[in-house]
Each structure stands twice: as structure tokens, then as C-alpha cells.
Design a protein around this ligand. Structure first.
Ligand code: ADP
Ligand code: MG
Length: 683
């Protein structure tokens, strides 16, 4: 019997080469193999007549060779062939470098061959390297359900199925249940060993479903429980700084607008938290342009007036610089000092800033990751605000918090997500939602067109510029490669210079530029000195130029809906009517649906829900950016019901036994500790 933490090489048939391939899938132990779940199944019970095979589609034929298979050699490779027949016709089956197949197949005997039809140059029909199955004693084919795995180069389905089967046989008895019995009973969950076995090799469709339900529940339940524990850890020990209610009038008087009802409501929730004596851990969700920054400012004002510093961390320098500008505008007239701290400062400048932060001369500090570096010391932080788009992990947030003495924490996110999902992502936070936009916003008119319309679009931009407006053109990131990205925007701007827009002031901005260079361009654009800004997604988060009224997005199919929504949110910020034009030649169904969603609604919540439905959460957040541990089996959209059940179960459990001290929860606690989920859950 193999332990689940034995290395994969302990499994029969796994050598060094396969070990390497498995490692590419993050599979290093026996336990990893058996929890690498199928992404789907093939029903192999259906037999297709040879004459009806479709090229490229896997199918099962039941056929017999008339003659013994023959093995020939070509450039040293053994090629084994046989011509096999059923009532409808015949086909050649071929294996490469598997000379033993010759002995596995006898003439005149029927077998099942599982593979797909290839049509060769000379119109020869061939099935390459099919799997071979024996018929039962009655001469019937018992196909069954076969798993299909997410794999990468070097591993075939056939090989991986064998690997799983070997690993399961060798470790079966070590698959231990860790869900408490009462939870399994209440939620009708199959036993773990049964589930793992039947997710890979289901005896029938019903068992397969039972297995899946159990494993999805398990995955979501573990995640929820880990989050709740994290949350309990966070709040239990933390008595927060009790702020006093202060006179907010000076602040509100210096704002150029009145808070919306939604902003008022959220600020009230924040005030309640910060004056409660408990530490605040709150997420503010709100659509693009809903006015989150203003709410954050109000909270910062409250902290400063109570004698504490407020810190705001943004994911990019561009965004930090912009927040700095808007904070300064509001706070300097009120005699509150705002300071910007980003990377890449001159030594003397840095020393000077660090001194101001440490002495408390800086009341509000806005910055990037530079804020969490070890040499940054604050005088006394009362409030930490992170403005982000799923870019900071729980740990980074904590690192910043730890620079103070249990400061209040406010997280703002511009990607509105359904509440259930927010609970998963931000389980350690309380949630506030700014659910309406400031008055007077005009709907941004959105079109989806193909590249055939480019000239008309350029003419349209020209018309807007004549009216005094400005435009963005966004080029999709072709690869995660800043160099190529830079080239693509530069090239695009060359194309623009040869169009009707040639005489306009065109600038490019991309991630490979130095930050002061980027800053310079954004400032010039904001000042109206540039007509058209050709950009990569560096501008995605937060930039605010109310005079820009046109947003053109090339290769729109390459962006997620949430991202398109963010980009669109860069226009429609002023009094003038704004337009968003999505260009795509992609005719795929999903692309069509996604672009249709964009043209039919501007409600961020609806859009994110649609995106989730069409693409799944992994892609929704962009795999690398989000803090969601990659889910192996659950789909947060289609498994919403199980998610709710798992959330319930986790909540009940943690209310009942917050420290998981009871004996019946011992195995669960062990598993949670083993997974160390708290390192990567949450945002
Ligand atoms: P978010 O960060 O939620 O995308 P911002 O806080 O940047 O939104 O606000 C977007 C724009 O709306 C800013 O120009 C801001 O000054 C303005 N704004 C915010 N709140 C209000 C309000 N209550 N009334 C009018 N304009 C507002
Ligand atoms: Mg913002």
C-alpha cells in the first residue's frame, strides 16, 4: 500500500520522464494523481459502424482483422498494421513503436478499437494508435464511461488513465474520510474513497454524479472553512482602534459634489465599524465610477482627524499617482498632508519621504507595493485602504496592516462580483456595496463591429476630436510579453498616423515604459495635449479623464468581460455623451454572446455574472491575478447550489466548534492544517 504523500515514482510504470511530465501538472505525489480529476467523460458504450466514422472524432468500432497484424520497420520505427472489418466496411488500424500489439490481436477475433478516423493523403482511412478492448463472453462490448483529463504535452489520455488506475489500486486503503459524519449525513455526501474511485472510473452515471457532488462539496467546504477560520483569527484577537465620531462638515464642504445615498450608506457602515472598538475588515464593492474613492477619502479624513495616519495602496503606479492627485486636491485645502510613495525614487528623495512618514508629518500616504517594504515605518496607522483589482493577497494586505497596531482595513474592488462569489473570494471581509452611480451619468453607447469598419471608426474619432474630445484605442495583449506588447501599440500608432487621424496628436503608452514616462503621457492626455492615446491595458484601472469620449478596443475577444467593462469605464466620466467600440473578427459563439452582453448592458454586476457563466471563474479573474486557489473540480457558476450548501455547512460548523476542537472534527482540522489554505485564499 502506498501512502498518499509518496512520490509519483513509487507508482508502477512511472519513470523519470513521466515524473517530469506530471510535475508540469503540479502532480508530485500519489495523492496528487488521484485528486487530478477528469474534466469530462466519454461514453464508450456506443459503437459506431466503420462506414459512419467522422474524421477527428473519437469513436468505438467493433471489428475483426481478417489477417494477422504485420509489423514493418521504417527509419527504425516499428509500424504495426492490420485491416479490420465490420458489416459496414473496413479500416486500417496502425500502432507506432508498439510491436507487441501484433501479439495482442488475433485474426478472426472481434475487438473494440477506440480512436479517431484519419484520412490520409491518398484517401486511405486509418485509425492511429487506437486503444483495444476485449468483448465480453457473449461477444458484447461493455463500453462504460471513460474519464478525460486536463493534461499537458507528453501525456496521453491513455497513459494518464493507466497512471490513475495504478495509483488508485496502490493507495485505495489510504484514502481517508475527513468530513465529519454529521455533515456527510445532513448533505447526503458519498464517502471519500468511493467518490475518488468513481470520479475516475465510474461504475455508472449515477455513481459518477454522486462522486462529483461529494468532491465539489468537499472542495468548496474546505475553502469556506479555511476562510472562516482566517476570519475568526483576524477578528478574535483584534480589538481595534476606537475612533471618535468627528465633524465631517469641512470634508463634505470641500468635495465638489454631494454623496449619493449609496455612498452615504456605505460610509455609515464604515463609521460604525471604526467607532466600534473592533477592527474593521471591510470590502467596498462598486461599479466603475460609482465613487469608491470618495468614500475612501471620507474614511481617511476620519482617521486623520482622530490623530492617525491613513494609508492607501494601489496596484499600479499610474493609479497611485492619480489617487495622490485627487487626494491632494481635496485634502491640502483642509491642511492635511498627502504624500506619494512609489518605487524607483532617488535616494535623497526617498529618505526625505520616509522621514515624513515616520514622523507623522505625512497624514495620508498613497503608494504602491513600495509601502510594504521593510524600511517603511509609519508613525501610527489608523486606516489601511487597498484599491485593487484582485491584485493583493491576504498576506500583502496583512503585511501593510502589521506596520500599524491593528489598523482598520478597507478594501475596494471595481470588479463587481455576485455576492456568493464575493463570500468565497473575500470570506475574511465584511462586504458593503455601492449600488448606484452618481446622478447625471449618461449611458455609454456601445457597438460591436468587425475590422471592416475601421475606417468609419477613424472618421468618427476625427469628428469627436473636432468637437474637442479625446479618444483611447486599446490593443489587446497578444502575449504576456511586454516587449511584444510595446511593439504592437507602437505599430498600431503608425497605422493611425497613415489614416485620416494622421494630423492628430497621437501617443502610445504601455507597460514597458518607465513610470515617469508613463506619468508624463497620462498627464499630457489629462491636460488635453494628446488627442488619441494608443494603449495596452496599463490604463485599465482607474484613470480618470472626463474629456475622453471614445474608447475603441481592438481584438475585443481577447479580453474578459469584466476587463472590457473596466476599460469602457474610462469614458463616460464627463458631461459629454461617450462611445465604446469593440472591434473583433472572431465569429465564435461565446465571443458573440460576450460582445452582445457588452452592447446590451452597462451594469457591472450583470456583466460579471455573465462572464462567470461564459468563461468560468478561473479565466474571469485571470489565473495569475486572483487569490482564488485554483479549483480542481468545482465550477463556481454551475455549482452554485452546492456552493451555498457548503457555505451553510461551514458556517454551522464554525459556529458550533470555532476552534475545531471536538473529536469528530479532528480529521477535518488535520486536513485543513495540511492544506495551509490560509496562505493563498482570499484577496
Ligand atoms: P470608482 O473609484 O468607484 O470607479 P471614483 O471614486 O473614481 O469611482 O469616482 C468616479 C468619478 O465620479 C470621479 O470623477 C468622482 O469625482 C465622481 N464622483 C464620485 N462621487 C460622486 C457623487 N456623489 N456625485 C458626483 N460625482 C461623483
Ligand atoms: Mg477607482
Amino acid at each position: 500500500m502506498l501512502e498518499l504523500n509518496s512520490p509519483v515514482s513509487a507508482v508502477k510504470g512511472i519513470g523519470s520522464e513521466r515524473t517530469r511530465y506530471l510535475k508540469n501538472l503540479n502532480i508530485e505525489t500519489v495523492g496528487d494523481i488521484i485528486t487530478h480529476y477528469p474534466r469530462g467523460y466519454d461514453d464508450r458504450s456506443k459503437v459506431t459502424p466503420i462506414a459512419e466514422l467522422e474524421p477527428g472524432e473519437e469513436a468505438v468500432i467493433v471489428a475483426a482483422p481478417k489477417d494477422e497484424p504485420k509489423t514493418g520497420y521504417f527509419h527504425g520505427m516499428a509500424i504495426t498494421k492490420a485491416r479490420v472489418y465490420d458489416e459496414s466496411g473496413s479500416i486500417t488500424v496502425v500502432w507506432y513503436n508498439q510491436p507487441y500489439m501484433k501479439n495482442n490481436i488475433n485474426s478472426g477475433v472481434k475487438y473494440a478499437f477506440i480512436g479517431s478516423l484519419m484520412i490520409k493523403k491518398n484517401n486511405q482511412r486509418e485509425m492511429q494508435s487506437p486503444e483495444v478492448g476485449k468483448l465480453d463472453e457473449n461477444g458484447e462490448w461493455q463500453g462504460g464511461i471513460v474519464p478525460i483529463y486536463p493534461l499537458c504535452a507528453g501525456l496521453s489520455q491513455k497513459v494518464f488513465r493507466k497512471t490513475v488506475s495504478e495509483a488508485l489500486t496502490a493507495s485505495e486503503d489510504n484514502i481517508k474520510e475527513f468530513l465529519p459524519a454529521n455533515i456527510r449525513k445532513k448533505y447526503h455526501l458519498a464517502d471519500r474513497a468511493f467518490a475518488i474511485k468513481n470520479i475516475h472510473m465510474p461504475e455508472n452515471a449515477e455513481y459518477c454524479e454522486l462522486a462529483r457532488e461529494r468532491l465539489v462539496f468537499e472542495e468548496l467546504f474546505i475553502l469556506q472553512t479555511a476562510l472562516l477560520r482566517l476570519k475568526a483569527e483576524g477578528t478574535a484577537e483584534k480589538n481595534g482602534i476606537r475612533l471618535e465620531l468627528i465633524d465631517m462638515e469641512p470634508f463634505f464642504n470641500s468635495l465638489p459634489f454631494r454623496f449619493t445615498e449609496a455612498q452615504d450608506k456605505v460610509f455609515e457602515e464604515i463609521t460604525e465599524d471604526m467607532t466600534s472598538g473592533q477592527v474593521m475588515n471591510r470590502l467596498v464593492q462598486g461599479d466603475v465610477g460609482s465613487g469608491k474613492t470618495a468614500v475612501a477619502m471620507a474614511a481617511a479624513y476620519m482617521s486623520v482627524k482622530n490623530g492617525f495616519q491613513a494609508v492607501m495602496m494601489a496596484p499600479t503606479e499610474v493609479l497611485a499617482a492619480q489617487h495622490f492627485d485627487s487626494f491632494k486636491e481635496i485634502f491640502e485645502p483642509l491642511g492635511i498632508n498627502v504624500l506619494l510613495l512609489t518605487g524607483g525614487l532617488k535616494a535623497s528623495e526617498k529618505r526625505d519621504k520616509l522621514a515624513k512618514i515616520a514622523s507623522g508629518e505625512a497624514n495620508i500616504i498613497v503608494g504602491t507595493h513600495a509601502l510594504i517594504q521593510s524600511n517603511v515605518e509609519f508613525k501610527n496607522i489608523g486606516l489601511v485602504i487597498t484599491d485593487e483589482q484582485h491584485r493583493f493577497g491576504v498576506r500583502q494586505r496583512q503585511t501593510l496592516s502589521e506596520k500599524g497596531d491593528n489598523p482598520h482595513v478597507l478594501v475596494m474592488t471595481a470588479t463587481p462580483i455576485p455576492r456568493t462569489l464575493a463570500l468565497i473570494l473575500y470570506g475574511d471581509l465584511d462586504i458593503s456595496i455601492i449600488d448606484s452611480l452618481p446622478p447625471g451619468r449618461q449611458e455609454i453607447e456601445t457597438f460591436a463591429v468587425n475590422t471592416g469598419y475601421r475606417d468609419r471608426i477613424y472618421n468618427f474619432i476625427e469628428k469627436e476630436i473636432k468637437k474637442g474630445r479625446q479618444a483611447y484605442v486599446i490593443c489587446a495583449m497578444v502575449e504576456e510579453n511586454e516587449k511584444i506588447e510595446a511593439e504592437s501599440v507602437t505599430e498600431y500608432s503608425e497605422i493611425l498616423k497613415c489614416s485620416v487621424l494622421g494630423h492628430r496628436r497621437i501617443a502610445v503608452i504601455h507597460g514597458k515604459m518607465k513610470s515617469d514616462e508613463k506619468d508624463g503621457i497620462l498627464k499630457a492626455f489629462a491636460a488635453g495635449e494628446i488627442d488619441i492615446l494608443v494603449a495596452t491595458t496599463v490604463i485599465e484601472v482607474g484613470i480618470n479623464v472626463p474629456n475622453a469620449t471614445v474608447m475603441v478596443i481592438e481584438n475585443a475577444e481577447r479580453f474578459g468581460l469584466a476587463q472590457l467593462h473596466q476599460l469602457r469605464g474610462r469614458v463616460g466620466r464627463g458631461k459629454e455623451k461617450s462611445y465604446c467600440i469593440l472591434i473583433s473578427d472572431n465569429k465564435g459563439d461565446i465571443t458573440k454572446k460576450r460582445l452582445k452582453t457588452m452592447t446590451s448592458t452597462t451594469d457591472g454586476f450583470k456583466i460579471s455574472e455573465m462572464d462567470l457563466r461564459l468563461r468560468g471563474p478561473g479565466e474571469f479573474f485571470g489565473t495569475r491575478q486572483h487569490g482564488l486557489p485554483s479549483l480542481k473540480i468545482a465550477n463556481l457558476y454551475s455549482d452554485m447550489d452546492i456552493l451555498k450548501a457548503a457555505q451553510n455547512a461551514a458556517r454551522e460548523l464554525m459556529e458550533d466548534d470555532p476552534k475545531l476542537e471536538r473529536e469528530e472534527n479532528f480529521d477535518l482540522k488535520t486536513e485543513l492544517d495540511r492544506l495551509k489554505l490560509s496562505d493563498n485564499v482570499g484577496i
